[in-house]
Ligand binder design. Structure first.
Ligand SMILES: [Zn+2]
Length: 377
């Protein structure tokens, strides 16, 4: 078949369950080095990160991706073994076929094509890969690399994230930012006692109920052109000893904000605590910020370029939004980068029989190299 197909298959064959890169980085670095890229291996703990660059100019365009995959689930439920790439009905099957080894293969082939065509290109073109995107913490992946970039003064102007973003066909949806995610574990303390002696207890369920009603009814912001309004959701709530005659001594609630750029983590924390205090609760919150929102507004050079490439090479008008979960782009945006995500169809990601369209896989390198060509060619 083709170069991008062969490389995608080679990557799928490696069982790179987070944080094990299973040799993917060595394979890709060796290839890129042959094409004149400078490869820096940034290993933190068990995580492999690769930063490959070509050129030394000031404007920096970075492609971003991950080589790790989520577990396959029961292999017996797959129509063909998950780490043995297979072609059926015009699709390439295997764990990572969509998320996102095909994207990584396409970015690598695109970079090779770009430097072959433009050996003296403007700026610096780079590829940043991690083996810790799917893990629970992402501590040693792009988050750590971004800290390293911050310390060493490595700027990034434009970042193309090759995650699968398309809905039904290549180019139909791009992400122009992502919402922030802020979680909290709330403990409301009361006084336990017999239900028949209300004067001797302080019921944390009764105390929390009106505060919860206010939290759920609050309009945190109105969102803006690219963001829906911030949403507050309680995912778990627990209290009680399991018997009918005891008022519990405490209540625990887990909640999450998915928030727009019209709010900040600090403003949401403050407003939440102000509501709880107004209801005179004895409480504590363990906050966990997994990412501030980021946004690449209309008119930005990268966003306009990606939209034009979708129109011209895919023949579609891309939907541009900030939906879905967050992505590693959240660590690169604070470096001052414009971040846009564009990739394959995401319908089967993390599922049994994950797959990518062969036709779209073959077309993807040209899309990435056209973006590079328009910015640095
Ligand atoms: Zn992914």
């Amino acid at each position: 078949m083709s170069e991008v197909f062969d490389l995608a298959c080679e990557l799928i064959r490696r069982r790179s369950l987070t944080p094990d890169d299973a040799g993917c980085m060595g394979l890709l670095a060796a290839r890129l080095q042959r094409d004149g890229f400078h490869c820096e291996h940034l290993r933190y703990g068990e995580v492999s990160n690769l930063w490959a660059t070509h050129g030394r100019g000031e404007s920096v365009l970075a492609f971003l991706g991950h080589v790790d995959v989520v577990p396959s689930g029961p292999e017996s439920e797959w129509s063909s073994p998950p780490f043995d790439p297979a072609v059926r009905d015009g699709n390439l099957y295997g764990r990572g076929a969509a998320d996102m080894k095909s994207g990584v293969a396409a970015m690598v082939v695109a970079l090779e094509q770009f430097v072959a065509r433009h050996p003296d290109h403007a700026g610096t073109i780079g590829l940043l890969l991690t083996s810790d995107e799917e893990g629970p913490t992402n501590l040693d992946g792009v988050r750590r690399v971004a800290e390293h970039f911050h310390e060493t003064g490595q700027g990034i102007d434009w970042c193309v994230v090759g995650e699968p973003t398309a809905k039904e066909k290549l180019g139909d949806l791009i992400r122009v930012g992502r919402r922030g995610s802020l979680s909290g574990v709330l403990t409301v303390r009361g006084v336990q006692g017999h239900v028949a002696y209300p004067e001797l207890v302080r019921n944390p369920i009764h105390q929390f109920a009106p505060a919860l009603a206010e939290l759920a009814a609050t309009r945190w912001d109105d969102g803006n052109a690219d963001f829906p309004p911030t949403s507050f959701q309680v995912s778990n709530i627990s209290a009680g000893t399991g018997v009918y005659n005891v008022v519990p001594g405490s209540l625990a609630a887990h909640f999450n904000f998915r928030f727009s750029t019209a709010s900040t983590a600090a403003s949401l924390r403050e407003r939440t605590e102000a509501i709880l205090e107004r209801h005179a609760l004895d409480y504590a919150i363990d906050w966990n910020l997994s990412g501030e929102p980021f946004h690449s507004p209309e008119g930005g050079r990268l966003r306009e370029t990606v939209v034009a490439v979708c129109r011209e090479l895919c023949g579609v008008e891309p939907e541009q939004n900030t939906g879905g979960g967050t992505s590693d782009g959240r660590f690169i945006a604070p470096l001052g980068a414009e971040v846009i995500e564009i990739g394959l169809v995401n319908a089967t990601i993390h599922k049994i029989d994950e797959c990518a369209s062969l036709d779209e896989l073959e077309r993807l390198p040209a899309i990435y190299s056209a973006i590079a060509g328009r910015l640095l060619g």
